[in-house]
Design a protein around this ligand. Structure first.
Ligand code: ADP
Ligand code: MG
Length: 697
């Protein structure tokens, strides 16, 4: 067995492989493309393709695929063999630059929200050289963008790359003003911390809800949940340990820098965090990580649940999106510097993020809006649906001092004059309060905590990048024309702090009083559900901003609105039908069978001695029978709600009905069945319970 450094990235066509396998001229051109986004000529692409093919075949690959992220949420791939007939009747393994550049999957079944009528189904995929190709199983996977022939994006990567470009462009304008002319490129980096649950596969297979929807739709609370907090960072069980080891190995071979692993708060919940990477690569790697997590679980007779809320009553899963901006000269723009100038620059970028988050709260919220994540946001383990920023006391005090032209009351009691004074080193605030914040500054990066565990991180980062680019654009417009740069810089930062300080909140985000204050006094948005949040995408201010930076066209936005709402409606509809199915075919028959067994038992006992009271049985039979009647009614109501949903035909109306009718009906049905579960003998209950699932590994 080789060591980790030996096998790390062994299945990746990375810089090292390129350098060793490509002719120098080709390598240099490709490097140019990778570093500066310059175009690569077909001729060179042919050379790259040949080298890729040789390398892949040597490493056991027989097929290649353009690997892309359609709006379904998963990654898609269509495999083609390298195989080509040769004149001598044998075959050669071949791959051309053209095939590398462009693919044409028959993509009529991917959601396009009306952008690509089905009769002209041919979207195309285009190579993204900024994310390395890799071998998965026997297939060379080439990360690609997916577009319609009209050039509209049908995927998540395209707008992400565009948003990174927008942020690069505006950041360079700002850096130029600070005299940083050596910087050629600004990128955003992300380290996504991925939470997940592991359950036993045998048990999983007995639950239709898990199979069809990824979450439990029924289930009474187990006697023990997470209240002892004995799982968080606890010793990892051998079976889970073996899984994690296997998972790491698979990920490392694919060049994913999986770094941290630990148990999370809920029983059976775990987390994996990679070392951060450029957003585009981090996004691809996170997609890959989710896929490999599920695959490796199978080998261990486990199932990896990535749903945001697999179990009611215990924590759900999210994905903390650690985000920062850095230069190609290696500077983190969200890191306070050593000189007054660097400090002023840091504050400007910091204030840009604050402005962006305040002005585009709605976009950040809707970027993470899914049926699954709605269960999590606002429950008391995840951030609330109200967006605010945590800065910590020290940095908040600095902003206060700037705002009021007063003394900064930190350790050194200094008056803050930008461009003159040096900021204190901010130590990272690790108090528990910052855990409740949706958007927390953690020393040299922001941590956006609202992303769902099952979601691609692309959408969230598109919105963060774009809205920060917009803030920087406005700043650059003001500062480029300023007579006295330093003076204008100081007043600009001050104005922006005053305008946007309402979004800063260092307190406990789980507190009801905060939600009241946020919405009533500060005027912050509280978009509780996907149906509430998504329509904001089409607000004029958002369309203007996103089209203004070339991140989306208006028609792309409209299509995304449709698709995201459609996903929401379809997801909940499947859940409702699954509930009906389970209630009718499993739960109600089980309750009926158990109560009739009780009744038979009672009759037999009475046959022995008619004077026996059989109080226990009689009471229970009555209770269960009543509950079953209620379950039957609730099931009928739910079926009616689904029928009404199906009669609507307009996705916005459907989403509203899902929120107002379907979900409440589902809760009602669940409540009755969950009440019956602990009253029913374990021998009769038709599927594994919460206790079995949460403590069964
Ligand atoms: P935690 O938040 O769990 O305490 P860390 O803050 O150490 O852990 O790291 C969480 C994630 O943030 C990791 O994926 C890490 O690589 C990433 N991270 C660290 N620094 C940066 C940065 N400058 N930009 C983006 N992500 C970062
Ligand atoms: Mg974290």
């Amino acid at each position: 067995m080789s060591t980790v450094p030996e096998y790390f990235a062994s299945r990746v066509f990375d810089d090292k492989v390129m350098r060793s396998r490509l002719p120098e001229k080709v390598y240099k051109s490709l490097r140019q493309t990778l570093d500066n986004g310059t175009k690569l000529h077909l001729e060179l692409a042919n050379a790259v393709a040949t080298a890729m093919c040789d390398w892949a075949v040597e490493n056991g690959a027989t097929h290649f695929t353009h690997w892309f992220q359609p709006l379904t949420g998963i990654t898609a791939e269509k495999h083609d063999g390298f195989i080509n007939p040769s004149p001598d009747g044998r075959v050669i393994m071949e791959f051309s630059g053209k095939e590398l550049f462009k693919g044409e999957p028959d993509a009529s079944s991917f959601p396009s929200g009306g952008l690509r009528a089905t009769f002209e189904a041919r979207g195309y995929t285009a190579w993204d050289p900024s994310s390395y190709a890799f071998i998965k199983e026997n297939t060379l996977c080439i990360p690609t963008a997916f577009c319609s022939y009209g050039g509209e994006a049908l995927d998540k990567k395209t707008p992400l790359l565009r948003s990174m470009e927008a942020l690069n462009k505006q950041s360079l304008r700002i850096l130029k003003l600070f005299g940083n002319s050596d910087v050629k490129r600004v990128v955003t980096n992300v380290g996504p911390e991925q939470e997940y649950f592991l359950v036993d596969r045998e048990m999983y297979l007995k639950r239709k809800d898990l199979i069809y929807t990824g979450r439990t739709l029924f289930g009474a609370k187990a006697p023990k949940g997470q209240e002892l907090e004995d799982h968080y960072f606890g010793a990892i069980k051998p079976r889970v340990q073996a899984y994690m080891e296997d998972l790491n190995e698979e990920l490392w071979k694919l060049g994913v820098l999986a770094k941290t692993e630990h148990n999370e708060v809920a029983p059976a919940q775990h987390e994996l965090a990679p070392i951060y990477a450029t957003t585009n690569v981090a996004t691809d790697h996170n997609q890959l990580t989710m896929e490999i997590m599920k695959k490796v679980a199978r080998k261990h007779s486990l199932v990896c649940l990535l749903h945001e809320k697999p179990f009611a009553g215990v924590n759900g899963s999210g994905k903390h999106n650690n985000w920062s901006m850095s230069t190609d000269t290696g500077e983190n723009l969200l890191s306070p510097g050593e000189t007054p100038y660097e400090n002023a620059r840091f504050l400007l970028f910091l204030v840009a993020v604050i402005k962006a988050v305040d002005e585009y709260q709605d976009l950040l919220r809707l970027a993470v809006a899914t049926a699954g994540n709605d269960h999590r946001l606002g429950a008391n383990e995840a951030p609330p649906a109200v967006i605010s920023i945590f800065l910590g006391d020290e940095l908040s005090a600095v902003l206060d001092a700037i705002e009021t032209d007063s003394h900064y009351s930190g350790a050194e009691k200094k008056k803050m004059k930008l461009g003159v004074d040096i900021l204190p080193r901010f130590t990272r605030d690790s108090t528990d309060r910052n855990r409740t914040s949706p958007f927390a500054f953690t020393g040299n990066k922001f941590e956006f905590r609202m992303v769902g565990s099952n979601d691609s991180i692309a959408c969230a980062n598109v919105m963060i990048n774009s809205s920060v680019a917009e803030a920087l654009r406005q700043f650059a417009d003001v500062l480029e024309g300023a007579a006295d740069f330093e003076d204008r810089l100081h007043s600009l930062i001050k104005e922006e702090i005053i305008a946007h300080k309402r979004i800063i909140f260092n307190g406990n985000g789980y507190d009801d009083a905060w939600i009241k204050e946020a919405t009533e006094q500060r005027g912050l948005l509280n978009l509780r559900t996907t149906a509430d949040a998504l329509p904001r995408l089409l607000d004029q201010k958002n369309i203007d901003m996103l089209t203004g930076h070339g991140v989306f066209s208006e028609s792309e936005l409209r299509s995304r609105y449709e698709i995201q709402l459609e996903n929401y409606v379809r997801t909940v509809r499947i859940e409702a039908l699954t509930m009906v199915d389970m209630a009718r075919k499993e739960i109600m028959p089980a309750i009926a069978a158990y109560s009739s067994a009780l009744a038979e038992g009672t009759a037999r006992k009475k046959a022995v001695d008619p004077s026996m009271s059989c109080g226990y049985e009689t009471k229970l039979i009555k209770k269960l029978s009543d509950l079953n009647d209620k379950a039957d009614e609730a099931t009928e109501e739910l079926e009616k709600a689904v029928a009404e949903l199906d009669s609507l035909g307009d996705v916005t109306a459907e989403a509203n009905l899902v929120r107002d009718m379907l979900l409440p009906q589902m809760s009602a049905l669940r409540a009755v069945c969950d009440e019956a579960e602990p009253l029913t003998s374990a021998d009769y209950w038709p599927f594994p319970t919460y206790g079995d699932l949460l403590f069964g590994v």
